[in-house]
Design a protein around this ligand. Sequence first.
Ligand code: 164
Ligand code: MG
Length: 320
Amino acid sequence: MRQAKLWRYAIPMESGVVLRDRRLTQRQGLLVMLQQQDRQGWGEIAPLPGFSHETLAQAQQACVAWLTQWLAARPVAESRLPSVAFGLSCASAELAGELPLAGTWRSAQLCHGDPDALLLQLEEQETPCAKMKVGLYEAVRDGLQVSLLLEALPALQLRLDANRSWTLEKARQFARCLTPSQRARIAFIEEPCRTPAESLAFAAEWGIAIAWDESLREPVFQLQAAPGLTALVIKPTLTGSLARIQQQIHEAQRLGLQVIISSALESSLGLTQLARLAHWLTPQSLPGLDTLTLMRQQLVRCWPGCMLPLQDRETWTRIY
Ligand SMILES: O=C(O)CCC(=O)C1=CC=C[C@@H](O)[C@@H]1C(=O)O
Ligand SMILES: [Mg+2]
């Protein structure tokens, strides 16, 4: 006997979480639970405003349509909406016992808040790895800050993310603030420039490694190895089903590229599934999942060691 449930949730965010140009006061999404005999599988469907093309209402409609077919045991194709395909494929994989339980519970630490506190935290780590946003302020300011951080922590592995904000000239201004050995210590910059061509030109000019994030989701994008390109940052909620993600990871690995599984601000339910996915499919890479502290509550399952309270189920709205 098959059973399915669908709820809508909303989690309050820490004040001051800004995504692209909007302030995110709460994270909304859907929770799906599939049941068959004594087995259950859970999934989270949470389109990210400003990043996902689908709205939550569209995701809900697509999910209800999928569940109706699934309950009637009719063959059902994966949704064209990435967040829906991801959440439903996680629930199906859990139900089938196909998503291993072991997880990578360490992440590249996101740099925000008090810089002194951050330094202290990173100093305590044996192999410190951090991710810093750049491109929000003057490129020279970013360059000086990165240079200071690399000098303060000789063992630091630093990932940067410019979200395509620099012109080639701005990127050059940034790079000029670093010594050649500091440039070599940057693990990668995600999407430094406005276009992939400019980012590749920048990488070649300065010997600074780059990674694709936004580019991976462009309709005409073709993955190719290129000098300076070292990694792909995959956000499953923006990408699609587990099968699609596995395919993208295999393609990347065939080209010798590192893959970083990254958060699209999922709740603790989605994040713990991403940590399991990372352990399963990209065991060599530290994922980018350090976003739970931006939220005020956890959902369904707790992240190991996280002290945030679990949200009361009474607050969920049952949809199906
Ligand atoms: O990749 C990580 O380490 C954490 C996730 C992260 O940085 C992001 C998640 C979602 C939206 C963006 O603000 C941002 C990114 O641009 O990669
Ligand atoms: Mg990014």
